[in-house]
Write a protein that binds this ligand. Structure first.
Ligand SMILES: [Zn+2]
Length: 193
């Protein structure tokens, strides 16, 4: 077994040993919120938003973008599990700012190996084969962080399956300070109607 897999399973044994009352948590989130945020390893929504098990839905993807699948989860979160307020939280220094669709597509066409980055941008090892399947994916990259939060809040707000009464707040998590900074234009766009 790999070292990290050992570590994960050992940590889980310790966690499960103290699981106790969490066995009886109800399925609907107690704090009635959903958070859409980036998968970045430096972000821990439980820590930065003070959440415990059972408190909230946390939907994560690359960038914390309002993809069709993120919206699918948000709709389930409200329609079946009763959340009442939603947060869209992107963050500073996001990896999604470091490439474009074209860059990603070229890297993948060159090879499937992990690429590297230097001062002139992303470089591929070229140890193919690659695949042009990347041409058919919208990678939802980010050019401007506040604009991406506004765009995502607007997309969720205007989605026909999203109820008008649910407030949607827009924030950027600062990876240098740990603070959530509001994007007022996003929160304004996400006001209940
Ligand atoms: Zn990110």
């Amino acid at each position: 077994m790999s070292k990290v897999r050992d570590e994960v399973l050992s940590a889980n044994e310790t966690y499960a040993a103290g699981f106790g009352d969490k066995a009886n948590l109800p399925m609907p989130p107690a704090r009635q919120i959903a958070v859409l945020t980036c998968m970045d390893a430096r972000l821990d929504p439980a820590q930065y938003a003070g959440l415990a098990e059972g408190d909230a839905h946390v939907i994560r993807n690359a960038g914390g973008r309002a993809s069709d699948d993120a919206i699918r989860s948000l709709v389930i979160s409200y329609k079946l599990l009763g959340t009442k307020e939603w947060f869209v939280i992107h963050h500073s220094d996001c990896g999604m700012q470091t490439f474009t669709d074209d860059v990603m597509r070229e890297l993948l066409a060159s090879s499937l190996k992990t690429a590297s980055v230097d001062a002139s941008g992303w470089q591929d090892s070229g140890q193919g084969p690659g695949s042009t399947e990347g041409d058919f994916i919208d990678w939802l990259t980010i050019a401007d962080q506040p604009k991406s939060v506004v765009a995502d809040v607007k997309r969720i707000r205007s989605h026909p399956l999203v109820p008008p009464e649910i407030p949607i707040y827009g924030y950027i998590f600062d990876v240098k300070s740990g603070k959530l900074e509001e994007v007022p234009e996003a929160t304004a766009a996400g006001k209940p109607k």
